[in-house]
Design a protein around this ligand. Structure first.
Ligand code: GDP
Ligand code: MG
Length: 180
């Protein structure tokens, strides 16, 4: 997309293991709503979030994998042309954190930007309303984990209590715009 264009449309992937809260995070961010009704969607869901960013309009097209996460990987077609990603884990379930590196590797192996770089990815430690002590990794460890695994940042989030989701999205957008 050219710099002089006032509108930016970014495809943003939301990936991570089943039940970590991907759909809930998107619903909270886009529709300001939250529901405890667990409903595994089938296929791919899209949601559009419009942001006013300086003098620009930024449109985030959020892709929600819905049901295919059980395979732990996605097809190239799904990743195609994405500009950023949230990789989500559930702080109450360590196995979902262990899966984060797999998701990151899957993403990077199937998608690179035209400049040869990996797309910007932000790590979300979701369900932080369940107690911070359940986050097995201290923030120093998490900072190092992000460095080692190529995440541009990480946030503790709660879709339930609306914690840090806007911040995390702003971090991702800022990074994407800066690197364009
Ligand atoms: P997905 O499979 O990754 O899309 O996960 P869902 O968004 O469907 O969420 C799975 C379950 O976790 C649902 O019962 C949600 O209500 C619950 N959940 C999602 N986010 C949070 C959160 O921030 N806090 C708590 N306590 N529960 C959450
Ligand atoms: Mg879902």
């Amino acid at each position: 997309m050219q710099n002089n264009q006032k509108e930016h449309l970014y495809k943003i992937l939301v990936i991570g293991d089943l039940g970590v809260g991907k759909t809930s995070i998107i619903k909270r961010y886009v529709h300001q709503s939250y529901s405890t009704n667990y409903r595994a969607t089938i296929g791919v869901d899209f949601a559009l979030k419009v942001l006013n960013w300086d003098s620009k309009t930024v449109r985030l097209q959020l892709w929600d994998i819905a049901g295919q996460e059980r395979f732990g990987n996605m097809t190239r077609v799904y990743y195609r042309e994405a500009m950023g990603a949230f990789i989500v884990f559930d702080i109450t379930r360590p196995t979902t954190f262990e899966a984060v590196t797999k998701w990151k590797e899957d993403l990077d192996s199937k998608l690179t930007l035209s400049n040869g770089k990996n797309i910007a990815a932000v790590l979300l430690a979701n369900k932080c309303d369940q107690g911070r002590d359940m986050l097995l990794n201290s923030s120093i460890k998490m900072d190092q984990f992000c460095k080692d695994n190529g995440f541009v940042g990480w946030f503790e989030t709660s879709a339930k209590d609306n914690i840090n989701i806007d911040k995390a999205a702003n971090c991702l957008v800022k990074y994407i715009i800066a690197s364009e």
